[in-house]
Write a protein that binds this ligand. Structure first.
Ligand code: ADP
Ligand code: ADP
Length: 225
């Protein structure tokens, strides 16, 4: 069974159709990247998958189970936003553990998951700092850490590197590729940066005007005329 299945997934706002019947499959451990010009519907598609927007039609399955109407909390997916969405008044440690504390996760589990995220993302030096005292790249690592502790079925990334300068973007791209290798998790990643797509993706999905224009492994896709 594929990890995620999109079957004719549609979205309209008012009378305007933003996504026209998207059919797509995400396999276990696969790194899927959505690319396409601004306004083609990448963010909307990711938000539909996350459950932050409701579908206007079609079906969405997680591990073969129909989750078209499931709220975000029941999907087992974790989203990393371009804007980080960290709590400014909390320390890094509190940001990482807040969701787990809210859900009543046992203390020992919290400690174990925190430790793993801190190790993988090298966050030890920043644990007692607040987001305002961190660089963009450090904030983005915390945001990824907050997704990591949820042990999601799939990681969803919405242009996570867009706010970083070129050097840091390159560095974080390498880190993300390493993270994917280490975790072996399924990931969906939205970007308008073709180089990012080329280096990270197992498979690239090119969206245009709310439709899948092309899909395939990077080399196959960009070798075609
Ligand atoms: P992308 O991420 O590819 O830049 P988006 O998914 O953000 O594209 O947007 C696709 C289209 O849907 C755009 O024309 C945008 O203006 C429109 N759109 C997005 N969200 C809404 C909304 N809440 N209401 C109306 N239109 C929206
Ligand atoms: P991004 O920079 O990530 O593409 P946008 O500026 O397109 O984000 O959209 C930011 C927010 O505004 C999103 O929540 C999106 O759904 C909403 N939005 C985008 N376009 C419209 C629109 N035409 N009408 C209403 N809401 C919109």
């Amino acid at each position: 069974t594929p990890t995620l299945q999109l079957r004719g997934l549609r979205k309209q706002f008012g009378n305007t159709t933003i996504l026209h019947g998207i059919d797509l499959t995400l396999n276990e451990g696969e790194f899927l990247v959505f690319v396409g010009p601004s306004g083609c519907g990448k963010s909307t598609l990711l938000r539909l998958i996350a459950g932050l927007e409701s579908a206007s039609g079609g079906q969405f399955l997680i591990d073969g189970k129909d989750c078209t109407q499931a709220p975000p909390s029941e999907r087992g997916l974790a989203m990393v936003f371009q804007s980080y969405a960290l709590y400014p008044h909390m320390t890094v440690e509190q940001n990482l553990t807040f969701g787990m504390r809210m859900r009543g996760v046992p203390k020992a589990d919290i400690a174990r998951k925190l430790d793993r995220a801190v190790t993988v993302l090298k966050l030890q030096p920043y644990l007692q700092r607040r987001p305002g005292e961190l660089s963009g790249g450090q904030c983005q690592r915390v945001a990824i850490g907050r997704a990591l502790v949820q042990q999601p079925r799939v990681f969803l990334f919405d242009e996570p590197l867009s706010n970083l300068d070129a050097e840091l973007r390159l560095h974080m791209r390498v880190e993300l590729a390493a993270l994917h290798r280490e975790l072996g998790s399924s990931m969906i990643y939205v970007t308008h940066d073709q180089v990012e797509a080329m280096t990270l993706a197992d498979r690239i999905v090119v969206l245009r005007d709310g439709r899948v224009e092309q899909a395939g492994p990077p080399l196959q896709l960009y070798r075609e005329p």
